[in-house]
Design a protein around this ligand. Structure first.
Ligand code: NAI
Ligand code: MG
Length: 359
């Protein structure tokens, strides 16, 4: 089993170090190889996704990714910005299915921005299509507007686009995931105004017919945003396009207390995957040793389950995280009165200790 370790920028290096420590404590035979990505790679090699990094990613069974980005790169041309590395990895490896579970741990009910009764027991799964939609559609660019409300004015444009096979394959992923959970899929669209999402809705309805044991409902994205903060436990699996999924999954993150708790997996058709926390490089707290490493540690657990076929090792990590929270250890983002504030490294050490205690 070969794991590419790509820490990236900002808190990426701090949190990935803790996840690597946890993986090493498992006593499984991994080959782990690190490479630069994002701003760190740009600084060293002039490109956010150097060929050597992409080659390592391609050759690995799974990728453990930290985060990329920093405001100091904002002036670079778009293709050289750190964030292009993650888009390039998704596109090159065909990582079209993004899993973002939002689980509210009993111990963190008080850290949620919502009332405890709304989030206690919350366990939803947002599945975001990752390689289509407006982030990749062509044409895109800037020009002087030939027509429209202000002809002759500067304008920018992006193209929203989905093909039937792209919608079908993410649909199957969602229905199959729902089969293993609450047997409900909510497909989120904007079919009332966007043709792209009318196609989305039509195809989801067709795919749904192949899964008579799973209930399907459709919801407009604006209503979905409202329902997510009004009654989030009504959802089971939510499937949506790239942009809506980006936004809704960050909103769902706050239900659980902190984005520092949320893992993610991005899979291709052969179950090769990239595993990363849902958050970014958090430049505001980078280098301070206070970032929450649990999202990355839980991403490593997803990696063991989805790409490396080691479900019991994944369980071990997840129950260690639970027991560390039960012991009252908290990084500042999830800290509350009466709990014990710890830093990134202490949190990682505690997870390792909890794991080794269990064996
Ligand atoms: P962010 O997710 O990095 O930070 C948002 C807020 O959450 C900040 O206040 C931060 O301190 C906090 N936060 C994030 N992760 C945390 C953790 N593990 N523990 C405690 N607090 C945490 O999003 P932001 O600030 O919008 O973007 C910062 C940079 O990250 C930008 O350059 C952005 O492009 C990049 N980014 C990269 C992503 C990736 O690598 N996949 C995803 C999202 C953003
Ligand atoms: Mg986002």
């Amino acid at each position: 089993m070969k794991i590419a370790v790509l820490p990236g920028d900002g808190i990426g290096t701090e949190i990935v170090a803790e996840a690597v420590k946890v993986l090493q404590a498992l006593d499984l035979k991994f080959e782990m190889e690190s490479a630069l990505v994002g701003g760190a790679a740009y600084d060293a090699h002039g490109h956010p996704l150097p060929d050597a990094t992409l080659k390592l990613a391609r050759e690995s069974d799974a990728i453990l990714f930290g985060a990329v980005g920093d405001w100091k790169y904002d002036k670079l041309d778009r293709p050289l910005r750190p964030e292009q590395a993650i888009l390039g990895l998704r596109k090159n490896l065909g990582l079209f299915a993004n899993f973002r579970p939002a689980i509210c741990y009993a111990e963190l009910v008080g850290a949620s921005s919502l009332k405890p009764e709304l989030v206690s027991g919350l366990d939803i799964l947002i599945i975001r299509e990752l390689t289509g939609d407006i982030y990749f559609g062509q044409p895109r660019g800037r020009r002087v507007s030939p027509d429209g409300n202000f002809p002759g004015a500067e304008e920018a444009f992006d193209t929203m686009r989905y093909t039937r096979p792209e919608i079908e394959r993410i649909g199957h992923v969602a229905f199959q995931a729902a089969r293993k959970r609450g047997k409900r899929v909510t497909s989120v669209d904007k079919a009332n105004v966007l043709e792209t999402f009318q196609l989305w809705k039509d195809v989801m309805t067709e795919v749904g017919k192949e899964y008579p044991d799973v209930a399907l409902d459709h919801m407009y994205v604006d209503n979905a945003a409202m329902q997510l903060v009004k009654a989030p436990k009504k959802f089971d699996v939510v499937v949506t396009g790239n942009m809506f999924g980006d936004i809704l999954s960050d909103a769902a993150a706050m239900l659980t207390g902190s984005i520092g708790m949320l893992p993610s997996a991005s899979l291709n058709a052969s179950n090769q995957g990239l595993y990363e926390p849902s958050h970014g490089s958090a430049p505001d707290i980078a280098g301070k040793g206070v970032a929450n490493p649990l999202a990355t540690i839980l991403s490593a657990a997803m990696m063991l389950r989805f790409s490396l076929n080691q479900p019991s090792a994944a369980d071990r990590i997840e129950s260690a995280v639970q027991s560390v929270l039960a012991c009252g250890l908290r990084t500042p983002d999830i800290w509350s009165e009466g709990t014990n504030k710890v830093g990134t490294r202490e949190m990682g050490d505690a997870v390792v200790a909890a794991m080794t205690k269990k064996t």
